[in-house]
Design a protein around this ligand. Structure first.
Ligand code: PGA
Length: 234
């Protein structure tokens, strides 16, 4: 494979990503690694505050996030959409209702992400634009925990569709048909403007920009998995 011979695309690739990115980054990395088996990826998954701290300290080659800090001199490149949806348990009374008005949702118990979460802020802003306050019945610091709470019947929530793939497929959660949803946010690959990218991280960034969205779509469409025999011998 000639592409794999491309000069200098090997060695460490240090990435940090905001929590919800854990659902697609390993798959995209998996496809990239087929062409560049000499790359040694390292993916740190953490929350918004920590990701911003890592950016400030220049700890990573690239940071994957959705909310770009405004007071820093950054290069942020959009590579994938992040659709947010309203999610409920399958026996919820609103399941099957068409075009549910936003103000109907205010009556529901909302389970919210932690302060600093872009998902939470997007929901707050949408409700505010319509003169509504989106009060949280309960706050949980992870999308994973929120899914369990919704499945447990504690309430409904707004989460990234990336968070929900398996539960939707298994019928454990349902997306409600709510006006103004999906609310589409963006995923960005970010680094300090002053940073000089290594060949490896430049190549990975190009891969995300050129192929990331298409590959993720294909993975979702075909449930592509990585067969054990494609692994490189150590
Ligand atoms: P979050 O970040 O998972 O912390 O909400 C994603 C985003 O900012 O959209």
């Amino acid at each position: 494979d000639m592409i794999g011979m491309e000069e200098g695309v090997k060695g460490p690739l240090n990435l940090a990503a905001i929590t919800t990115a854990k659902y697609f980054m390993p798959y995209l990395l998996g496809v990239f690694m087929r062409d560049y088996p000499g790359v040694e990826p390292n993916l740190t998954i953490t929350n918004q505050a920590k990701v911003v701290g890592r950016l400030e300290e220049n700890l990573d080659d690239l940071v994957i996030m959705g909310t770009i800090p405004e007071n820093m001199d950054l290069e942020a490149e959009y590579f994938l959409d992040n659709p947010l949806v309203v999610v409920a348990p399958p026996d919820h009374p609103l399941v099957g209702r068409k075009n549910i008005p936003l103000d109907r949702l205010v009556e529901e118990r909302f389970i919210s992400r932690e302060l600093g979460s872009g998902t939470r802020e997007a929901r707050r802003r949408l409700f505010a634009e319509h003169g509504l306050e989106s009060k949280a019945y309960m706050e949980l610091g992870s999308g994973e925990a929120i899914k369990q709470a919704v499945m447990a019947g504690l309430g409904i929530s707004v989460l990234s569709i990336h968070n929900l793939r398996l539960e939707l497929e298994a019928g454990l959660l349902v997306v409600l048909d709510v006006q103004h949803f999906p609310l589409v946010r963006q995923w960005y690959a970010v680094h300090l403007k002053s940073k000089k990218l290594s060949n490896t991280s430049r190549r990975f960034l190009d891969f995300l920009l050129q192929d990331g969205a298409r590959i993720w779509q294909e993975i979702n469409a075909t449930r592509l998995v990585f067969p054990a025999h494609s692994a490189q011998p150590a």
